[in-house]
Design a binder for this molecule. Structure first.
Ligand code: ATP
Ligand code: MG
Length: 283
């Protein structure tokens, strides 16, 4: 049995539970529950505040956790990041009032900076050789300059909208974060095997998320060229059509390249092109 700590409510909750479902693990959505056992995988899910997740994993109370890399870095506890999960992207940035004449890191010398991330901020200030005062605030850091509690803030930014609506300007991007799977590093052999199975399923889901299945009718004479345009896992599948001189070609393409490939395929005579979503890819 493996225990996984996830955020009980907040920005990472929904995508953490969606990821588990995507890899075939049913979990109870009853948020009042503190601990629930998946009926179809030897996994127990522990619902916590995100701040508590690194600690619970470091202590081994949960073997695994899903949490923002920002929390892992800030707390500096003994946990291992085993996989990036591709959601919850954000950054930790310094922001100053819009009217400030910011001219580089030395601007912060002697200033007060409000943050919930003192450790990451201190490391950055040290690296830049800047002496500033760190005011630790939990929550609503962005109002600190207007309330004259601080001259600047160091906080999470994703779109930047919150900064703008508080009259602030992002001046230094310091740390990039996304949701990660962390481990205590103290798993027994059975738990390690379960973690390997989870990682295998997560990577299959991640690979398929960026790919599309494409099929089309193609003149037989264009097959060789189409194979160059569409390198598949081994090579594209080619099947004869009833119509003389035509075949059907199937392959998998990166979503980012999709429109470029379609343009090239049309140019060599492809017709009836279908693009489908892929549920899983097992390489
Ligand atoms: P909890 O009640 O669990 O302590 P919280 O209020 O501390 O929750 P949330 O705001 O739910 O935390 O954010 C959780 C994580 O989501 C952050 O630590 C960060 O990794 C990630 N995140 C992604 N985008 C944003 C954003 N725009 N603002 C805040 N967090 C974000
Ligand atoms: Mg929190």
């Amino acid at each position: 049995m493996l225990r996984l700590a996830i955020q009980s409510k907040g920005r990472l909750n929904e995508e953490s539970t969606a990821l588990l479902r995507e890899i075939g693990i049913d979990i109870d959505d009853n948020r009042r529950k503190f601990l629930s056992q998946a009926p179809n995988f030897p996994l127990e899910v522990l619902y916590l505040r995100d701040d508590d997740i690194p600690q619970v994993v470091a202590a081994g109370t949960a073997g695994l956790g899903i949490v923002g890399l920002n929390e892992v870095e800030e707390q500096g506890l003994d946990v291992q990041v085993v996989s990036k999960l591709g959601f919850g992207a954000c950054r930790l940035s310094l922001a100053v009032p819009r009217s400030a004449d910011y001219d580089g890191p030395q601007w912060f010398a002697g200033k007060r900076i409000a943050t919930s991330y003192p450790r990451i901020l201190r490391a950055w200030l040290e690296e830049k050789g800047v002496q500033a005062r760190i005011e630790v605030i939990k929550g609503s850091v962005e109002i600190a300059p207007a309330a004259d509690i601080a001259d600047a803030i160091f906080d999470i930014v994703s779109s930047g909208g919150t900064l703008v609506s508080n009259g602030l300007r992002e001046v230094e991007q310091v740390f990039w974060s996304e949701a990660v799977l962390i481990s205590s590093g103290k798993l027994d052999a059975e738990q390690q095997a379960l973690l390997d199975e989870l990682l295998f399923r997560i990577s299959s889901a991640q690979i398929s998320r960026r790919k599309k299945y494409i099929l089309m009718n193609l003149p037989q004479s264009a097959v060789e060229e189409a194979t160059r345009i569409l390198p598949a896992m081994r090579s594209p599948t080619v099947m004869p059509l009833a119509a003389e001189g035509w075949c059907s070609m199937h392959s998998v393409v990166e979503e980012a390249d999709l429109w470029d490939k379609i343009r090239q395929l049309k140019a060599i005579g492809a017709e009836g092109i279908l693009v489908l979503n892929i549920d899983k890819i097992i390489p």
